[in-house]
Write a protein that binds this ligand. Structure first.
Ligand SMILES: [Zn+2]
Ligand SMILES: [Zn+2]
Ligand SMILES: [Zn+2]
Length: 422
């Protein structure tokens, strides 16, 4: 793993799962379900301190800002969207003093919604986004996710926003002088405290993939197309909007803030609908080319769509039909490029080679998700196109498996060897 193991400063952004994780995910227990007895979702008393803080005359400091290096830069990068959001939602003040106070007043909820609006506005732009806009769309969407998750935690208990809740200090909290938890921990805590009606999973693959893309953009730079980023952003956006509708907006006690939030949501809904239409349109465009090839159509690691059709014979210069990302090379090389890893680096750093194919004896077997069975791993050889049952845990060869148990699968030969020894 090289850039894929990049982490944010708070160490909380999960690495996107590789195809190996697919099978495990498929049999995961129902621990994603919010705890039972979460109770009726009535406005909480604990929301009061926030409303109180909102009424102070001092400009409110964004409590999340120090935890994310890019936050302040992002805010600086969008003065227009910020002031546009404010001017569009705040009644004209009558006193000059009021103008000053209002200009600085940007509570966390509206801050998060502004990041979200900025992200979807540029993703839904007709004709696609400029590369720079695309980058900020991803950064803003991820920032919106983190801020809005923490808004809900803060309403319930501000200490939960801290990376280490035991160290909570009210003074430091209001000064923004603390390290906050990241998205994954925020979702875990929301689940643990029964604060979610929406289903949010801290290990959700779509969230993890967006976090990974955010990391690559922040720390290394990356390339991608508008279609790929749109497809990656859409499922996260939809989850976030459901979360806002069910778990955040009903608990906003301050009527002025609630009405501003509703207006922001209105704009976000319009952009989100356009984004959905773009993605659906692109899927429809390639549907004919994919039809009938479901068992050989694998997931694109760039856009997350099942849109790469493996050829018969060796895989050569694979291309995603949805986002046009290309995976270069043939056979073994194509397999490594598909995984986004280098055989040389992996092996020289003590990692393992790819699994060996029992048909062609090349180390070119990759666990992939196919359109035909998206939730279970298929073991495909990129050198000879053989699809195997699984990989033997004894000899690391992909082939027929006897007594598969998903943990210690064994091939016929290894099973026979074991029988002969006893
Ligand atoms: Zn793609
Ligand atoms: Zn093979
Ligand atoms: Zn074996």
């Amino acid at each position: 793993m090289d850039e894929q193991s990049g982490h944010s400063d708070d160490g909380d952004v999960a690495e996107a799962p590789g195809p190996d994780a697919l099978q495990a995910r498929a049999v995961e227990p129902a621990d994603r379900v919010p705890p039972a007895g979460a109770g009726p979702f009535l406005p909480e008393k604990t929301a009061a301190p926030r409303a109180e803080a909102d009424q102070t005359e001092l400009p409110e400091v964004d409590p999340w800002a120090p935890a994310e290096d890019e936050t302040s830069a992002d805010q600086a990068a969008t003065p227009d969207s910020v002031s546009a959001a404010l001017s569009g939602t705040i009644p004209m003040p009558t006193a000059s003093l009021q103008v000053k106070v209002e200009d600085f007043h940007f509570p966390a909820l509206l801050n998060g919604l502004d990041f979200l609006n900025s992200a979807v506005e540029s993703l839904a732009r007709p004709g696609g986004s400029a590369p720079r806009d695309l980058k900020y769309a991803v950064l803003h969407l991820y920032t919106a996710l983190e801020v809005l998750l923490k808004v809900r935690l803060e309403m319930h208990d501000p200490t939960l926003v801290w990376w280490t809740p035991e160290r909570y200090s009210e003074a430091k909290h209001h000064a923004g002088d603390f390290k906050s938890c990241g998205a994954e921990h925020a979702i875990k805590r929301l689940n643990e405290h029964g604060l979610l009606e929406a289903e949010l999973d801290p290990e959700d693959e779509e969230l993890a993939a967006l976090g990974q893309l955010r990391n690559r953009l922040t720390h290394f730079g990356t390339t991608g197309t508008t279609d790929a980023v749109r497809a990656r952003a859409l499922p996260v956006l939809l989850q976030l909007m459901t979360f806002l509708r069910l778990d955040v907006l009903p608990y906003v006690e301050d009527p002025i803030q609630a009405s501003k939030a509703e207006r922001e949501m209105g704009k976000i809904h319009i952009h989100a609908r356009h984004l959905e239409e773009f993605v659906a349109h692109r899927k429809a465009e390639i549907a004919d080319e994919l039809r009938g090839h479901e068992t050989r159509t694998i997931l694109c690691r760039s856009c997350g769509q099942h849109a790469i059709v493996l050829p018969e014979g060796p895989a050569v210069d694979l291309t995603c039909l949805f986002c046009e990302k290309s995976y270069d090379g043939a056979g073994v090389e194509a397999a490594w490029d598909y995984l986004g890893e280098s055989q040389h680096i992996s092996i020289s750093e003590g990692g393992s080679d790819l699994d060996c194919c029992s048909a062609c004896h090349e180390h070119a077997v990759v666990a992939v998700s196919t359109a035909a069975s998206p939730d279970t791993a298929s073991y495909v050889c990129f050198n000879c196109d053989e699809v195997h049952d699984g990989v033997c845990a004894e000899c690391n060869t992909a082939g027929g498996i006897v007594f598969p148990d998903g943990v210690y699968d064994m091939c016929h030969d290894c099973y026979q060897n074991r029988l002969d020894r006893f």
